[in-house]
Write a protein that binds this ligand. Structure first.
Ligand code: 5RP
Length: 217
């Protein structure tokens, strides 16, 4: 199976976690796009969705799904999103698509976070994927120096602005053996909006598309 076929498989599998007529949280990325496609083609009707990015909002609305603000909903039943990496403890690196801050907010506001991914995202220890950090533009070089002091190699994602009007630093070669500790450390740096480690609030369930079908843990 190709990676695209695996993404379609897991996008379809996520439908089992959508309660009809509920309000769901929806992440960002090519795997989530497969979920949105599956949802709009299915008979499952949702009342509305809370979206983690402008790109996801456009796709949801094109599929006829109403998008509403998290401030209108209270807590959500379920949040469905992809990941750049996941470990055996369901901790994630996210933000390859630059939507990490809204993703983290919606994950925090949801009772159940279902992560959907193909098997290529599975790792024993997080950190091969460069860690995205959303920063206030004024603080870019300040945060980059702090991250270098923490042992990483920061690269500015030049030309990219987040939906929140901020910039992204991608941190290469950072030691993430203690993802929870590093998430706290980075999030406390002045000028950081949030980092793409999802360890304090990991996924509750990971659906993994493999050549042998969907595995979950
Ligand atoms: C966007 C994300 C995505 O979930 C992550 O980048 C995975 O994307 P894809 O499904 O395209 O591989 O965190 O900010």
């Amino acid at each position: 199976m190709t990676q695209d076929e695996l993404k379609r498989l897991v996008g379809e599998a996520a439908l089992d976690h959508v309660r009809p007529d509920s309000i769901i949280g929806v992440g960002t990325g090519s795997t989530v796009n497969c979920f949105i496609d599956a949802l709009t083609r299915s008979k499952v009707r949702v009342e509305a969705a809370v979206s983690s990015s402008e790109a996801t909002t456009r796709l949801l609305q094109t599929g006829g799904i109403r998008v509403i603000d998290l401030n209108q909903t209270g807590g959500l039943d379920v949040y469905i999103d992809g990941a750049d990496e996941f470990d055996p403890h369901r901790r994630l690196i996210k933000g390859g698509g630059g939507a990490l801050t809204r993703e983290k907010i919606i994950a925090a506001g949801s009772s159940k976070f279902v992560c959907i991914a193909d098997q290529s995202k599975q790792v024993k220890v997080l950190g091969a994927f460069p860690l995205p950090i959303e920063v206030i533009p004024l603080a870019r070089s300040l945060v980059a120096r702090k991250m270098a002091a923490l042992g990483g190699q920061p690269i500015w994602r030049e030309g990219f602005t987040t939906d929140n009007g901020n910039w992204i630093l991608d941190i290469h070669n950072l030691d993430l053996v203690d993802p929870t500790g590093m998430e706290k450390t980075i999030n406390e740096l002045t000028g950081v909006v949030t980092c793409g480690i999802f360890a304090l609030r990991p996924a509750d369930l990971v659906l993994v598309a493999t050549e042998h079908g969907i595995k979950q843990f």
